[in-house]
Design a protein around this ligand. Structure first.
Ligand code: FEO
Length: 392
């Protein structure tokens, strides 16, 4: 079997075929559930496990290693794709204990019914000796659950980060040396899963800055032999810097809203502001989430259905609300036939985001030339703001 370092062996599973995660997140490139055996002179640890669908692969890999004894199962994160088979691994290796944060202990008991006596909670920066190797546990709550931690293998300078720095990207390549396609998979992962926790992640990046990291080994996607590749990408994504871009998630029933979107897009382009329209009837929400990572402005486009926004626009607005991008300004445009509460309903969903709300442009029926002038004015207002942000 391949090794990351002598005695540090990947034993997880690839999932080439999985196409959705949490019944929500598209996985166009599959995923992997990475788990790692760390052999020390006096103890052996398994870092993370696999999704329950891949138990047999993990057991097969442990069998291939001839691992008769396991002392510790480190649960960096209690979500089922990493911890779901801990009860089965504990049955196979009855002398092992699960190692996790105090909050992780609660979750392992609550979600997986792991017996209390089988779990050892560790404090922030607590260490565990495997003889000639030392594991140090670094609490990093909210990436992306409250119990998460990282595991630092001191002597080998390997940081096991579970979801943090991960990517839903199935590949036979163990290491990534150039970001290439993995950059986009990692950005998609950040956008869909980590972006709401931009604040805590900034703090965690500072917390791990003093570590002389040689390798970052996440539990999804390839291992980073050049940690700066992914650390620099994360530093950029979590920074307060925004890009001169306008994301326009929209839906149109009778083409009037589409006319408005394309008119706004052209008016923005004329002012040097690139627009990224996403037709919500065909959009992969991961692509939309990725665009939200950097864009300075979002404009939601919707027709009025019955008395309010189209459900697809409600969904998009709700995504923006829960993903909490660093977007600075949000607008609403759309067409209606005889009235309704479209702006009020969408604004209600978006309420609470630390953004500036732009004057909405709602028009009756097919947009007239006067309506298109209002969109021109909106484009000018957005360009002004982007100049004020120093990005245009
Ligand atoms: Fe990969 Fe939050 O689990």
């Amino acid at each position: 079997m391949r090794e990351i370092r002598p005695g540090v062996i990947p034993v997880g599973a690839l999932d080439w075929d999985r196409r959705i995660f949490d019944e929500l997140i598209p996985l166009p490139e599959g995923t992997s559930y990475n788990a790692y055996v760390v052999k020390g002179s006096t103890g052996t640890a398994l870092i993370d496990t696999v999704d329950p669908t891949k138990l047999e692969i993990l057991l097969g890999n442990l069998g291939e290693l001839g691992l008769d004894r396991l002392d510790y199962i480190v649960a960096n994160h209690a979500e089922q794709d990493h911890s779901g088979v801990i009860p089965r691994i504990l049955s196979r290796y009855p002398s092992a204990r699960a190692i996790t944060t105090p909050k992780g202990k609660e979750f392992l008991k609550l979600l997986l019914h792991v017996p209390d006596e089988k779990i050892q909670a560790v404090q922030d920066r607590e260490t565990l000796s495997l003889g000639d190797r030392t594991l140090e546990f670094i609490h990093t709550p909210w990436v992306h659950w409250p119990e998460t931690m990282l595991t630092w293998l001191r002597e080998d300078r390997i940081l096991f980060t579970c979801d943090l720095f991960g990517s839903h990207y199935a590949t036979d390549e163990l290491f990534v040396s150039e970001l290439g396609r993995v950059y986009w998979a990692a950005k998609r992962y950040y956008a869909e899963i980590m972006m709401p926790f931009r604040g805590p992640i900034k703090g965690h990046l500072e917390k791990i800055r003093p570590l002389p990291i040689g390798i970052i080994a996440p539990s999804h996607g390839p291992v980073y032999r050049k940690p700066e590749l992914i650390l620099d990408a994360y530093r950029d994504w979590v920074s307060d810097r925004v890009k001169n871009e306008v994301v326009i998630p929209y839906v149109s029933m009778h083409h009037s809203t589409a006319v408005m979107v394309h008119s706004l897009e052209k008016a923005l382009a004329d002012r040097g502001v690139p627009a990224l329209p996403f037709n919500l009837t065909v959009t992969d929400i991961g692509e939309l989430a990725m665009a939200l990572v950097d864009a300075a402005t979002v404009v939601v486009g919707t027709p009025t259905v019955l008395t309010g926004p189209h459900p697809a626009a409600v969904y998009a607005a709700y995504l923006v609300k829960i993903l909490k991008p660093k977007t600075r300004a949000i607008g609403i445009i759309g067409s209606y036939g005889w009235g309704g509460r479209t702006v009020k309903d969408l604004a209600g969903i978006l309420q609470g985001l630390p953004v500036e709300f732009l004057e909405p442009v709602l028009v009756k029926g097919l947009p007239t030339s006067a309506d298109l002038l209002a969109l021109d004015a909106l484009a000018e207002k957005i360009a002004e703001k982007h100049r004020a942000y120093g990005i245009l």
